[in-house]
Structure formats: structure tokens, C-alpha cells
Design a binder for this molecule. Sequence first.
Ligand code: HEC
Length: 154
Amino acid sequence: MRISGFVKLCFSIAVLMISISACAAPMPPRAESPAPTLSPALIAQGRAVYDAECATCHGAQGQGAVNWKIPADDGAFLPPPHDSSGHTWHHPDFLLLDIIANGGQAPNSKMPAFRDKLSMTEMRAALEYIKTFWNDEARQIQWTVTLNFPPPVK
Ligand code: HEC
């Protein structure tokens, strides 16, 4: 009797530990497919938009500000790189387009909102051009992130 109680206890603990480790395990990507080829027409349009509106802050090659990881004296972030050394490619398309349209999320952000200055196509084109700064690995990861984090339903 006592032994079977002990066995039951061990079994319960094992089930509990498996459940906890299943919860703690990283979620496998729900969708995975090769990143689509970038559109040459959008890239050309995006380069013009980027050079005119974004390059002064983010750098002509997307290199960002020097020492961009150190916030300015007022606590605001400096323009981060858009190339593979930055973290733009960590974010899904919808979030990047939201930042381009509505500006940075921090109250003191220096990232302007472009929704009244650029059309949606121009903002998408700028993002398409930014993607040309990424290496293959960054591009594939960002595509998978985009598939797995679609825009929230409003
Ligand atoms: C006046 C400077 C300035 C200009 C011009 C500017 N940005 Fe930014 N941008 C920033 C700063 C600073 C940040 C850092 C994030 C923050 O403060 O919210 C940022 C962040 C971003 C991010 C988020 C990056 C990430 O890794 O999370 C994107 C995307 C972005 N900018 C795209 C653009 C595009 C596209 C343009 C041109 C259409 C542009 N920016 C023009 C200053 C600028």
C-alpha cells in the first residue's frame, strides 16, 4: 500500500515536471517557408524614399548612428542600424511598418511618424529597400518572424 502510494507520488511529480518543461520550452515556429524574392521595382522606389527621408539618421547603408546602443543625455535612443548588425530584422513587417507610419513608441522617441508624408506604398518600398541591407540569415529569420506574428486583428 505504502509503496503504491510512493509510486503514485513519483508519477504525479513526473507528470508535473513534464508539463512544466513543456510550458517552458520555446514555441516552435508555426510557419516556415523560404523568404520571398524582393521586388526590384519596390527596391528602386524604396531607395529613393530611403535616401531622401531616412538616410540622414539611419545612414546611407543602414549603418545607424555611431554608438547607437548608448542613449543620448535625454534618454532618447539614437537611430539604430537597419543592416544585419542592428535589430530591425528581429521584428515582423507589421511592427516595422507601424513604427515607420506612427513613429517610435517611446514618448521621447526621435523617430518621426511618416503617415502624413509618405503613402503606404512608399513606406512598404522603404522597408523593402531596408531588407536589401540584411544578410541571408537575417532575412530568413525576419520572414519567419513576420509569418508567425501577423498584424493583430483590430
Ligand atoms: C530624425 C531621425 C530619424 C529619421 C529621419 C528616421 N528615423 Fe527611423 N528611427 C530613429 C530613431 C532615433 C529610432 C530608434 C527608435 C525609437 O527611438 O523609437 C528609429 C527607429 C526606426 C525603426 C525601428 C527599428 C528597430 O530596430 O526597432 C524603423 C523600422 C525605422 N526607424 C525606419 C525608418 C524609416 C523607414 C525612415 C525613413 C522613411 C526613418 N526611420 C527615418 C530616427 C530616425
